[in-house]
Design a protein around this ligand. Structure first.
Ligand SMILES: *Cc1c(COP(=O)(O)O)cnc(C)c1O
Length: 387
């Protein structure tokens, strides 16, 4: 990479006006699965679409530049990107992961480990002693996720990266919750950054995808090689849609975060709500680390209702906020992690991670703040009425 460009400029100018056939300003969609050769002895830049396509390359470059990566792979989903990173481990190697990671990640690692593909150790990586113990076991790969989903615990990425380097561990950080606008794991010393582009990056809840991007050019090339080898690369059309969606990432993240700050404050001040978990709260136990590591608190809020109030009653009072999984889209969504996003985790693991049956997770969208406030208040009134 040459000079470091502003993220807003990267978003607005990636792959713009690069079409040499017709001079299209917006990148054209290319759906061809195969490409012609000029000479049978010389492999062209594009040969077969599983390996590379112009649309997928455009998205990979844009995301790599946003994260300060040398390159990597755009995959068919976020989980495919995480799974791709496991090419680095062999049977007998140890993988360390947070005990309260994304439910699908927890399931993926647990079931791969059960097949003997690696040893697995779940730890509370937000706890200094537990973190030191985990790295003392010299894992081959440490999977990091911060803020944690859904409990908003913060892992110190720079401290993990430092301990990992001393232990010879490769660090893979899932940056889905904050997006490259609010956190830069590679700048903090991590080796690979992973995204579910289904969330903030795509931003429009209409395309599933993922990316794994590495700072080291050799590792970036290996990720791309394995993505082609295993066939987990993302579709061209999906890459085109995701690049279209990411254009507005900076303004979306800023607007959603502004609303989330005010909604979190409202929930904290309401006596019908307890245990609001939001990285922007003045009461967040890790606020110094948040200030050091994140450029902002983001737009995800988790909370529980006061004892005696039922989640069902609250949800039945919502008109604007929809009950659905996923996050980071233009529309506000609420979910109950215990029975929805994290149902793939075994119950004992959910309880140990602190995911209570009454925990709610809100992804704040782009609606008018006052409308969201009155919707949440309506839900709270309904919960009271049904108590
Ligand atoms: C959604 C999500 C994933 C999985 O991504 P998919 O695109 O659904 O496969 C991984 N990590 C986090 C933090 C997520 O929110």
């Amino acid at each position: 990479m040459t000079e470091k460009r502003s993220k807003r400029t990267i978003l607005a100018s990636s792959a713009v006006a690069e079409d040499r056939a017709f001079g299209s300003v917006a990148p054209p969609i290319g759906l061809s699965t195969t490409f012609t050769w000029d000479d049978h002895r010389e492999k062209p830049g594009y040969d077969y679409a599983r390996r590379a396509t112009p649309n997928r390359d455009q998205l990979t470059s844009c995301l790599a530049e946003l994260e300060g990566a040398a390159g990597g792979a755009v995959t068919s989903s976020g989980l495919a990107a995480l799974d791709l990173c496991l090419f680095m481990v062999s049977p007998g190697d140890l993988v360390v992961a947070p005990h309260d990671c994304y439910g699908g990640t927890h399931r993926l690692l647990t079931h791969r480990a059960r097949r003997g593909q690696f040893e697995l150790h779940f730890a509370d990586l937000t706890d200094e002693a537990a973190r030191r113990d985990a790295f003392a076991r010299r894992p081959k790969l440490a999977y990091l996720e911060t803020p944690s989903n859904p409990l908003m615990r913060i892992t110190d990425l720079a401290a993990c990266a430092k301990e990992a380097r001393a232990a010879g561990t490769v660090t893979v950080a899932d940056n889905t919750f904050l997006s490259p606008m609010l956190q830069s794991p590679l700048e903090l010393g991590c080796d690979v950054v992973v995204h579910s582009t289904t969330k903030f990056i795509g931003g429009h809840s209409d395309v599933v995808g993922g990316a794994a991007l590495a700072k080291d050019p050799g590792l970036a090339e290996e990720l791309a090689w394995w993505a082609n080898c295993t066939g987990v690369t993302g579709a061209s059309y999906d890459s085109w849609l995701t690049l279209r969606g990411v254009r507005t990432l900076a303004v979306r993240v800023e607007a959603q975060q502004r609303t989330a700050r005010n909604l979190a404050r409202m929930l904290e001040d309401d006596e019908r709500v307890r245990a609001v978990r939001y990285p922007g709260s003045v009461s967040h136990p890790q606020k110094n680390l948040i200030a050091r590591q994140q450029k902002g608190p983001g737009s995800m809020i988790s909370f529980e209702l006061r004892d005696g109030l039922e989640v069902g009653g609250f949800l039945s009072g919502l008109k604007l906020v929809n009950l659905a999984e996923s996050l980071g889209g233009f529309e506000s969504l609420i979910c109950v992690p215990d029975t929805m996003t994290h149902a793939g985790m075994e119950e004992a693991a959910r309880r140990e991670a602190g995911i209570a049956p009454g925990l709610l997770r809100l992804s704040v969208g782009l609606e008018e703040e006052e409308d969201l406030m009155s919707d949440l208040k309506h839900g709270l009134r309904q919960a009271e009425a049904m108590a």
